[in-house]
Structure formats: C-alpha cells, structure tokens
Design a protein around this ligand. Structure first.
Ligand code: NDP
Length: 485
C-alpha cells in the first residue's frame, strides 16, 4: 500500500484531465499507513461551470446517436475495465483499504458488468404504439439531459459505473462527484469511457465535499440527481433537487434484518451472516446487521460463527491472502468504536471482537454481540462497520413484525428450508431487496434499491432505464379535427 497513486489531475472534464489548485485540498489518506498517498483539489466554481457546460453541450449529440452506437462505447469500456482489472483493483484497494482479494472480484468487475449490461440494452430501448381507432399515440423514450451522480466511499468504482452506465445508455451526460474520502477511482472510469469512444463531455468527474454536490444539483441545467449516501445526506439532496422538480434516485442507508430459522442449513446461515456483516469490513449499505436467530439454533450459530471468524486475516490489503481490511478512515473507525461502546453500555453481550488491532491502520476486529434487544442503539442505527448483532426470536409472525420495525428498508434476508415460509417472509419484508438462503449479492440484472427511508428509485436492471429517461407521448390524428365551434 501507499505507493504513488497520484492521479494526473483532480478532475476529468470534457474528455481531459483538469487541474485547479485554487480549490480546497483533499488529501487521500491510506487507511493502512495512515499517511497521505495522493492529493486532489475540490472543484472551484469555475471547474463546476466547465463540467456542467461541457455536459450540456455534449449531451444533445450523444442522445442523437443510435442506442447501438452508444452501447458499443459502453461495451468497449467494459472490455477495457476487464483487461485492466488488476490495476484498477489495486487503485480501489488504495482508495478504500478493502482487501485486493475482494476488489479483484467485486469492484471494477461490477463496473464492467454494468457497462456491459446497459451497453447491451441501449440498442433496444423503445417507446410504444397505442392504437386509438384510426388515430394513434406513440411514445418516445427520451433522455433527461444532464444527470449528476454523487457517490459514497465504500464502492467508488462500482458507484461511478452503476450511475454512469444507465445514464449514458439512455443518452444522458453525467457529472459525477465522488466522495471526498475516495476520489481516485471514478477518474479512471471517466478516462476509460473516453478511451472507449465516449465523446468529450459525456462523463465528467469533479471532486469536492457536500457543497460541490449542492452546487451541481441546484444548477438549472441539471435534470436529475442520483445519490448513494446516508439518509441525512439523502434528505438534503432530495430537498435541493425538489426546488427544480428534478428527477432523483436515492440509494441510502439501511439496518437490514437477516432471519435465521431453526431449520436453516447452519453453514449457509453462518456464511450469509459473514457476507452480510463483514465483507468490506462491514461498510456495505445493504448489510444484514440485525441477525434474528431462532432459539433452537442460536448456540450452534454463535459457536460456528466464532469458529469461522478465527479465519479472518488482517494485514496489508494488497497481500492477496488478507481477507479483512481496515475501515476507510479515522472518523469511521471512531464512529464504529462509539457504537461498540454503546452496545456494551446498554447491556449487549460481546461474543467476540470489539478491539482495534495492534498495528498501523484503521483495523477493527470483526465484532459480534449477542442478547441484543430491539431498543438498543446498535439494533436501531446504521453502524457501517464490522458489527453484527444477534437478536433472539420465537416464531415467524413475531420476527417479521420486529424485522420490519425500523425506519429503513434497504434489504432483508431469510434462512430456512421451509419453502413456503421463505416466500412468505420475502413477501412480508418491507425492503427493496430480499434474499432467501443467501445474502448481499447484487447482480446488475436485478433491481437494487430501498423502501422507506432507504431510498427511492432503483439502480441496475431494466428498471434503471425508467429512472434515466422519460416518455413523451405523441398523439397522431388520422381524422379531421372535431371542435365544438
Ligand atoms: P454521505 O451521506 O456522508 O455522503 C454521500 C455523498 O454525498 C458524498 O459524496 C458527500 O460528499 C455528498 N454530500 C454530502 N452532503 C451533501 C449535500 N448537502 N449535497 C450534495 N452532496 C452531499 O455518505 P458516506 O460517503 O459516508 O457513505 C456511507 C453511507 O452511504 C451509508 O449510510 C450507507 O448506507 C450509504 N450507502 C448506500 C448504498 C446504497 O446503495 N443504498 C451503497 C453504499 C453506501 P463528501 O462526503 O465528499 O462531503
């Protein structure tokens, strides 16, 4: 970790890297060495103007191309990303601290999937024809215009592509603002898209904190904003977008339930709990952090979970045998440690973990609490770190009511071998994405997004197309106009 990963410049605008050191410096801190490894500068008003003007200018010609032509660019970009997966994964690991073992299979590859998928469907986006006697209506699926994407820090490459791919497939231009914590990876997505043939100005990246995001989404040239972030930020962005009645997609936080019945396959349930709590050191929005375990299987579950957690290997995330990285920054570490202290104070039983590791970097042991009750802070608030809470339950109706007793609704999972119960639970969960006997998979072919405070709109799948385009109805009269006078 920590070798020179300084990007060519802070921003990517109108097909080229752009620098303006008058902006607020944003140091990129390596989560392992805790040292600065790169530096970018927040966009100044002049840079923001340049990006929006470029996007606005480029979008019209891009939308006028055929879907097949646009799709070809996206698919070429997907191929380039796959060819460069190793280097892009190393960059993602430096940016976030996530282990290379993970980034090699989950980040650039997921971005490539999105570009390939939306590149594939770009040529088949259509409106429809409605016959009305001799008259008829046809609908045109039209691009929205300039879209703004604002990303969180946990999946910087993936988020840049999950927003960019459907936006571009539909004929929009994008201005993307990464999280200030992880500013590096989106620049590569922009660079590769242009290398693949995207016209200058179609995908731009500008750096900055919240105020840069705010300036982007309140600009009259912007038609849509898609945010991945926390609920408090979502409220602000949604409100700012409302001013101009802009389209929104909100991918926000969660406190998702995972329900394990006595009849579950123990090994799968434990595996699901690991995937849904400790992948990316727990910094995943859809994590199933409230693990409801039926009483009959509870002790076996905790025993097996503790055994498997003994296989956690922390260390230099670039070492491919390391499977557990640090938290993204010092602030996130402090937040998560605060939640652990609260869990102990409020009477939860610490089964394992809870401590920092005796090494440099923001490493925190995977932490398991048992005997957690619904009212405890660790069962109510999003922690965004490696903290799993086990709650006991007796029966299906009770656990479903408790699982849904949250303001969030991003994801939910059930582990059971009773097929009827599995589908009843999935139907009953108040959540955008549900899992039966697995957890946290997010293939591009399936819609992904939240209910309740966890968001509006869906990313991925054909569903995303509706969030990056709008229908225009064209009524065609084939008969004389009948007017009353
Ligand atoms: P934040 O909500 O802090 O920030 C998200 C992005 O919004 C950042 O780029 C941030 O900029 C920007 N931002 C902050 N304030 C404003 C504003 N007023 N106007 C415009 N933009 C603004 O989230 P984190 O980066 O801390 O990410 C963690 C959160 O993201 C968690 O709650 C997690 O659940 C959620 N998340 C949701 C996912 C989903 O798909 N549902 C996926 C991944 C994460 P900056 O931080 O640079 O100031």
């Amino acid at each position: 970790m920590g070798y020179d990963i300084q990007p060519t410049a802070s921003h990517f605008i109108d097909g080229a890297y752009v620098e303006d050191t008058a902006g607020t410096p944003i140091p990129v801190i390596c989560p392992v060495s805790e040292q600065e490894i790169a530096r970018v500068y927040a966009a100044t008003p002049a840079v923001i103007e340049q990006a929006l003007a470029a996007a606005k200018r480029a979008q019209v010609a891009w939308a006028a191309m055929t879907g097949t032509e646009r799709g070809r660019v996206l698919r070429r970009a997907a191929d380039l990303i796959r060819e460069r997966n190793y280097d892009l994964s190393v960059l993602e690991t430096n940016d976030t601290g996530k282990p290379l073992q993970e980034t090699l299979v989950a980040d650039a590859t997921s971005a490539a999937d999105a570009l390939e998928y939306f590149g594939g469907i770009a040529g088949s986006l259509t409106g429809e024809h409605v016959q009305l006697g001799e008259d008829f209506v046809y609908t045109r699926r039209e691009a929205l215009g300039v879209c703004v994407g604002i990303g969180a820090w946990n999946y910087p490459t993936q988020i840049a592509a999950w927003k960019g791919a459907p936006a571009l497939a539909c004929g929009n231009a994008m201005v993307f603002k990464p999280s200030e914590t992880t500013p590096l990876c989106a620049l590569k997505v922009a660079e590769i898209l242009h290398e693949a043939g995207a016209p200058a100005g179609i995908y731009n990246v500008v750096q900055g904190m919240g105020e840069v995001g705010h300036a982007l989404i309140t600009d009259p040239r912007v038609a849509k904003v898609s945010l991945t972030g926390s609920v408090p930020t979502g409220r602000k962005v949604y409100a700012a977008a409302a001013e101009g009645i802009r389209h929104v997609t909100m991918e926000l936080g969660g406190k998702s339930p995972m329900v394990i019945f006595d009849d579950a396959t123990l090994e799968d349930a434990v595996g699901g709990a690991i995937l849904g709590n400790f992948y990316s050191s727990g910094q995943v929005c859809s994590n199933g952090t409230r693990v409801f375990v039926q009483k009959g299987i509870k002790e076996a579950f905790l025993k097996r979970l503790s055994e498997r957690l003994a296989d956690v290997k922390m260390g230099d995330p670039l070492d491919e045998t390391v499977n557990f990285g640090p938290l993204v920054n010092a602030r996130q570490l402090e937040i998560v440690q605060g939640f652990i202290a609260k869990g102990i104070d409020e009477g939860a039983r610490l089964v394992c973990g809870g401590q920092r590791e005796d090494m440099s970097g923001y490493f925190l042991q995977p932490t398991v609490f048992a005997d957690v009750t619904d009212d405890m802070t660790i069962a109510r608030e999003e922690i965004f770190g490696p903290v799993l809470s086990v709650l006991d339950f007796e029966d299906e109706a009770e656990v479903l009511a408790r699982a849904n007793d949250t303001e969030f609704g991003l994801a939910a999972g059930v582990f059971t071998n009773d097929i009827g119960r599995a589908h009843r639970m999935a139907a009953g969960f108040e959540a955008g994405t549900c899992y039966i006997n697995t957890y946290n998979l997010a293939p591009v072919e399936a819609p992904f997004g939240g209910s309740k405070l966890s968001g509006v709109g869906r990313e991925n799948s054909k569903n995303a197309v509706d969030h990056y385009s709008e229908m225009k109805s064209v009524y065609v009269a084939m008969t004389p106009v009948e007017a009353p006078f």
